[in-house]
Each structure stands twice: as structure tokens, then as C-alpha cells.
Ligand binder design. Structure first.
Ligand SMILES: NC(=O)c1ccc[n+]([C@@H]2O[C@H](COP(=O)([O-])OP(=O)(O)OC[C@H]3O[C@@H](n4cnc5c(N)ncnc54)[C@H](O)[C@@H]3O)[C@@H](O)[C@H]2O)c1
Length: 253
């Protein structure tokens, strides 16, 4: 119970781990010595990375987890605890990213995105947070976004509002769980060099995007993933309820 022993392999569950930033952060956590549960709505898509990290399925395994289903968080938690005894880290990474003009977003679409992104993070923080609090130790890292701070540019109001909600949920869970040895932080990147950004922004519009970013380039997902791994470590216990900005100077506090 409490802070893990130095020789204990800690287990991290990552949502949306099959592709994009989820895959990058899973790699970084594995490299940092964590056992990684690569969960995704599309479990099969996570197989190649799991096999690449550990063909023996001891330190990298896949799981089916749809963030819109709280029972999926519970099942993955229970199965992981049954096999390895505990979970120490949750990275709420998966999200639905949509772009649409605000006046054209239907109430249904708004609710769908809010439910998936903010609702999924809420379920993850609550379900894993209970396990962490019982053990007196845990690390939760929530993927927010610059869009949650400045309203977004390339993404829609539903996405931006969901990311704003994730920043608020982070603070609420951080306050609730701080006395139990559990930290909760938000990562807020601007555009990173990931497939999703290239899908949203066509190549011909990239120079326009870059000219608006003070540092003149988009973000390196490996660097952001290393920060997630740092926040996931036992020595990160004094950092909670914080929002970590990676935006090339696009938005300053
Ligand atoms: N890429 C960026 O530049 C950027 C910037 C700011 C924030 N973010 C945030 O980082 C996170 C990852 O972004 P990305 O670019 O890798 O996204 P992505 O869309 O490329 O990948 C999302 C992953 O989540 C999975 N997924 C989708 N719906 C799911 C569901 N209901 N349940 C479980 N898994 C589901 C997908 O299968 C996919 O593997 C998101 O939270 C996103 O908002 C990304």
C-alpha cells in the first residue's frame, strides 16, 4: 500500500492507445519501466504496438475499452488487478475530435462529443480513482487541449467545451484525491505532429497554421509523452490539479 516500492513494476492503463498520441505515450511509459495496458475501442488496432513492445504479453497487453461505457473501465481495472494485483496509473487519452462551425453543430452531436470526452474522463477518474484511493497511491493524467483554454481554432465547440470540462474535472478530482496519495493533472497541447492534426489541417493550410504559432512549428508528441511519464512517477507527488501547457506560445497565462 502507499508509494510503490522501487523494484515493483507499476501498471499504467492508457485509453485510446492504438494510434496517435495514445500510442506515443504508451511507448514512453513502457520505456520508463511501466507495464502498459493498451486499451482502445478498437483493441485489434493496438496489437501491433503491444507485440512490438513485448511479444511475451507481460509488460504490454491490449484491452477493449470504450470510454463511453463506464463498465469497460471497471472490467479493465478488475482484470488488471486480478492478474497483477494493482494499477498505479491511468492516462485518460482517448477522445472524439470533431470540427464544425458552432452554428452547425446539432444538439445531438454536441452531447455525443461531451459524453465521450468529458463523460469518459469522469468515469475513468471516478472508477480508477476509487482503486487508487483505497491503496493510498495513484497517478491520473487527463488529456485536455489548448482548445479547452482558448475555445479552439481548427476544432469544434463541442470538442473545445469537452476539453474545458476535462480541465475542471481534473481540479475537482485532484482536490478530492490529494489526501489519499493520488495526483490528477491535465496535459493541454496545441497542435502536435500527429496523424489527427494532419487529417484536420490539409497540407496547403499548414503554412498558415505555422505562421500563427509564435515558435513557428507544431508540437513534438514524444516530448509531451515524456512529460506524461514524469507525472506518472512516484516522485511527482507534489504536482496535482495542474494544467501543463504545450502550445508554442499560442496561449499564455
Ligand atoms: N493530436 C494533437 O495535436 C492533440 C492536441 C491537443 C489534444 N490532443 C488530445 O490528445 C488525445 C489523443 O489525440 P490523438 O490526436 O491521438 O487522437 P486520435 O483521434 O488520432 O486517436 C484517438 C484514439 O482513441 C480511440 N478512440 C476513439 N473513440 C474511442 C472510444 N469511444 N473509446 C476508446 N477509444 C476511442 C481511437 O481508436 C484512436 O486510437 C485526445 O484526447 C486529444 O483531444 C491531441
Amino acid at each position: 500500500m502507499g508509494v510503490p516500492l522501487p523494484d515493483q513494476i507499476q501498471t499504467a492503463v492508457v485509453t485510446g492507445a492504438a494510434s496517435g498520441f495514445g500510442a506515443v505515450v504508451s511507448r514512453a511509459l513502457h520505456k520508463a519501466g511501466f507495464r502498459v495496458i493498451l486499451s482502445d475501442i478498437d483493441e485489434a488496432a493496438a496489437n501491433p504496438l503491444a507485440e512490438e513492445l513485448d511479444l511475451a504479453s507481460e509488460t504490454a497487453v491490449t484491452a477493449e475499452l470504450d470510454i463511453t461505457k463506464p463498465e469497460d473501465f471497471k472490467r479493465v481495472l478488475d482484470k488488471t488487478v486480478a492478474r497483477w494485483g494493482s494499477v498505479e496509473v491511468l492516462v485518460n487519452n482517448a477522445a472524439v475530435t470533431q470540427a464544425a462551425p458552432v452554428m452547425e453543430i446539432s444538439p445531438e452531436d454536441f452531447n455525443t462529443v461531451l459524453t465521450a470526452n468529458a463523460g469518459g474522463t469522469f468515469a475513468g477518474c471516478q472508477i480508477f480513482g476509487r482503486h487508487f484511493a483505497e491503496r493510498g497511491y495513484g497517478r491520473i493524467i487527463n488529456m485536455g487541449s489548448l482548445a479547452g483554454q482558448n475555445g479552439g481554432t481548427a476544432t469544434g465547440a463541442h470538442y473545445a467545451a469537452s476539453k474545458g470540462a476535462i480541465g475542471t474535472l481534473t481540479k475537482i478530482f485532484a482536490r478530492e484525491l490529494a489526501p489519499r496519495g493520488v495526483t490528477v493533472n491535465t496535459i493541454a497541447p496545441g497542435p502536435m505532429d500527429t496523424p489527427m492534426v494532419h487529417a484536420l489541417i490539409p497540407e496547403e493550410k499548414m503554412p498558415g497554421l505555422l505562421s500563427n504559432i509564435p515558435v513557428g512549428h507544431i508540437g513534438d508528441p514524444d516530448f509531451v509523452a515524456e512529460m506524461v511519464a514524469r507525472l506518472a512517477g512516484p516522485d511527482a507527488g507534489y504536482v496535482t490539479g495542474a494544467c501543463w501547457d504545450f502550445n508554442g506560445g499560442l496561449w499564455m497565462r
